[in-house]
Design a binder for this molecule. Structure first.
Ligand SMILES: C[S@@+](CC[C@H](N)C(=O)[O-])C[C@H]1O[C@@H](n2cnc3c(N)ncnc32)[C@H](O)[C@@H]1O
Length: 490
């Protein structure tokens, strides 16, 4: 995904409990304390699994419009969060974490409503901005907060005292007729991204609708430590709804998002969080035991871990990345996963001297290239507003450079997979086509054949649409929009 500037740690000032908060909920009541105790005991009895609607996302699934009581505190705090996040000068997920950390007394229910409000506002920033014109949303976060909560839960759920002087503007925003808005606004996209997607896809209506939804939680079972059946049985025994993913043989899909990191199966390294599309890209590389493999843009190692497990922790798996901090996240993850074949190496650039020394040495190389991340708008809705066309040009150049230099690592007869989490041809097919034109000693291997050899079957329409390439789409496959091409050196 695109490189982003990290927001300042002090983006949000620490909040002291306010008078209103103290009067509304002075302390936990007897009943609340008894419920807390019961939950703790139940979780202990279940070996660490917490039952019930604990996380914001899970809690929100039960909320129906008109059934949620929005307090003044929620309106104020959502306003405070949006006041920073709508400036769009840092990743929203990082800013959200800083916001909630600055406000430790905020209850679970309020956190859930505020988190959903932030995501809703970012997903629908096109229509919100259009309805508020000429006032930029970042300048009027209270109006955005009120309009968001009213669109989600109904205007009657808002406390009249919180609306105050915003009553007129709020009614105008809510009355906006979006059928009169330009098509890119109706799609909740910037015009330039809308135009690129329109030029490529026939079913954009469904695609845009899917990009406004939340993504499911996909887990990858670490086959070194457990089988998928074992994990599914353990989840079922603890009352957690989960299904096998439709294509990835090691994947498990959870419709809700429980507090996974406290679960025994997570702590013991039996599962990791990984979108099904990402799992399939590791499979496309067909890693084998005792091979020499390189994950060129390893980041914090999502795909490295999947590749290492498919190699059964044998051979050598080099994990390169220019971002040392991100790569540092891989070491604890590989320990937890029980992998001893991974060598994380921070490189200066794709032209690093150490890479030159390794030329022609690898059986397989994965290039999970930096990209615009257009395939991840469900999870990162702020990204669509923070991207600029110049960023696509900049990233495109890096993609071509990285592919060129990483390809030199592959030995004769070896393979590489070029992948992105983008749905744009310019970062995908066009990069690969330019490479193949300049390198006749390489050829494209049909992704369908590589999957078929592993017993993974897609609908024929998948290949009719994308030929030898692999492109997952949120509205077709319920995954992020991953792309991959398998290339073989003659
Ligand atoms: C899409 S992310 C990788 C995600 C990772 N493979 C995973 O599955 O979690 C792309 C990575 O490319 C790295 N990168 C950017 N430029 C690079 C370069 N010239 N050489 C190597 N890595 C680079 C970025 O730091 C980023 O971590």
């Amino acid at each position: 995904m695109a490189e982003t500037k990290f927001p300042k740690r002090r983006a949000f000032a620490m909040q002291k409990p306010r008078k209103t908060e103290r009067t509304e909920s002075p302390r936990r009541t007897e009943r609340q304390r008894a419920a807390d105790k019961r939950r703790r005991e139940e979780a202990r009895a279940m070996g660490g699994y917490a039952k019930g609607p604990k996380t914001p996302e899970k809690r929100m699934t039960a909320l129906q419009p008109g059934q949620v009581r929005i307090t003044g505190l929620i309106v104020d705090e959502l306003t405070r969060a949006l006041g920073v996040i709508l400036k769009l000068d840092g990743p929203a997920d990082v800013l959200m974490k800083l916001f909630f950390r600055s406000n430790p007394r905020l209850g679970m229910r309020d956190r859930g409503i505020i988190a959903e409000g932030i995501y809703y506002a970012l997903r629908h920033l096109g229509t919100l901005s259009w309805a508020m014109h000429p006032v930029p949303p970042a300048r009027a976060p209270r109006l955005v907060a009120l309009a968001t909560l009213a669109r989600q839960h109904g205007i009657e759920s808002l406390p009249p005292a919180s609306i105050g002087r915003e009553e007129g503007p709020l009614k105008n925003v809510l009355a906006a007729d979006f059928s009169k808005a330009p098509p890119h606004i109706q799609a909740e996209l910037p015009e330039w991204i809308y135009s690129l997607l329109e030029a490529q896809y026939d079913d954009t209506k469904e695609l845009y609708a899917s990009m406004l939804e939340g993504a499911p939680l996909d887990l990858r079972v670490n086959l070194l430590k457990a089988s998928r059946e074992e994990v599914l049985q353990e989840l079922a025994a603890n009352g957690v709804e989960a299904y096998p993913t439709p294509f990835s043989p090691d994947g498990v899909r959870l419709p809700t998002k429980p507090g996974l990191t406290q679960w025994p199966i997570y702590k013991e390294g039996k599962v990791d969080v990984q979108d099904e599309g990402s799992q399939l890209i590791a499979r496309l590389l067909t890693p084998r035991r005792r091979e020499m493999i390189c994950d060129f843009c390893a980041g914090a190692g999502g795909k490295t871990l999947a590749i290492g497990a498919l190699m059964r922790s044998t051979g050598s798996l080099y994990a390169f990345d220019v971002n040392e901090k991100r790569l540092a996240g891989l070491t604890p993850r590989m320990r937890r996963a029980g992998l001893s074949n991974v060598h994380p190496i921070a490189i200066r650039s794709e032209r690093d001297e150490r890479i030159r020394r390794l030329q022609g040495k690898f059986d397989r190389v994965l290039i999970d290239a930096p990209c615009t991340g257009t395939g991840t708008f469900r999870r990162n809705p702020d990204l669509k507003w923070r991207l600029a066309p110049s960023e696509l040009d900049r990233i495109n150049k890096i993609q071509k450079d990285v592919l060129e230099h990483a390809s030199r690592l592959v030995k004769k007869g070896g393979r590489m997979v070029y992948a992105t989490c983008s749905m744009l041809r310019r970062e995908n097919q066009e990069v690969v086509e330019a490479f193949l034109e300049a390198h006749p000693e390489w050829h494209l291997v049909p992704a369908a054949d590589v999957f078929a050899q592993q017993g993974i079957q897609f609908d024929a329409s998948q290949w009719e649409r994308f030929g030898s390439y692999f492109q997952m789409l949120p509205h077709v496959n319920s995954t992020d929009g991953f792309f991959a091409a398998v290339l073989q050196r003659d």
